[in-house]
Design a binder for this molecule. Structure first.
Ligand code: FES
Length: 164
């Protein structure tokens, strides 16, 4: 396909040339690479935009229903637009006893969103997760790839402000 890009409902611009690059060049239009292609699309858009999945369905000759099924099976995939920064708050046992709930409430009130929500400016998405493997540092939040351990509610705002 030529350099066509379209804007869909969420305001996201879909660049089909870029999708071709992922599907054809990076993953050789191989159905076996479906999950890796979905991961690459999600890395690019932070979620899986429906027009990109429809296009993928055509390119790989896989029914859209099958792609949808795979996209909803794995919790790492999101079909809804997510923020530029993903805040994962650990609600595992060790973090829970060290005050994760208070930290979570502080994030929710600071950003005016609930667990699973995205701020209106698409700057942040908040997600609860189970143990992220550094229990001794609890309560822990992970923002994108950065870990913030022993986080105190009064430090939350300052930490969040580091992420545009
Ligand atoms: S319980 Fe939170 S990192 Fe393990």
């Amino acid at each position: 396909m030529s350099t066509i890009s379209t804007q869909h409902d969420s305001g996201e611009q879909i660049d089909y040339l870029e999708l071709d690059q992922i599907i054809e060049t990076d993953f050789h239009e191989d159905k076996e690479n479906l999950i890796m292609i979905l991961q690459a699309i999600q890395r690019r858009y932070n979620y899986l935009p429906k027009p990109a999945l429809l296009y993928l369905s055509q390119k790989l000759s896989i029914p859209y229903s099958r792609i949808y099924e795979v996209s909803t099976f794995y919790s790492t995939f999101s079909l809804e637009p997510r923020g530029r920064n993903i805040i994962s708050i650990c609600t595992g046992t060790a973090c829970h006893v060290r005050g994760a709930e208070r930290a979570k409430e502080q994030i929710e009130s600071t950003l005016n969103i609930k667990d699973g929500g995205t701020t209106e400016d698409q700057r942040y998405t908040l997600e609860s997760v189970r143990c992220i493997g550094c229990c001794s540092l609890g309560p822990v939040i992970k923002i994108n790839e950065d870990m913030h351990g022993r986080i105190k509610p009064d430090e939350i705002k300052k930490v969040l402000n580091q992420y545009e």
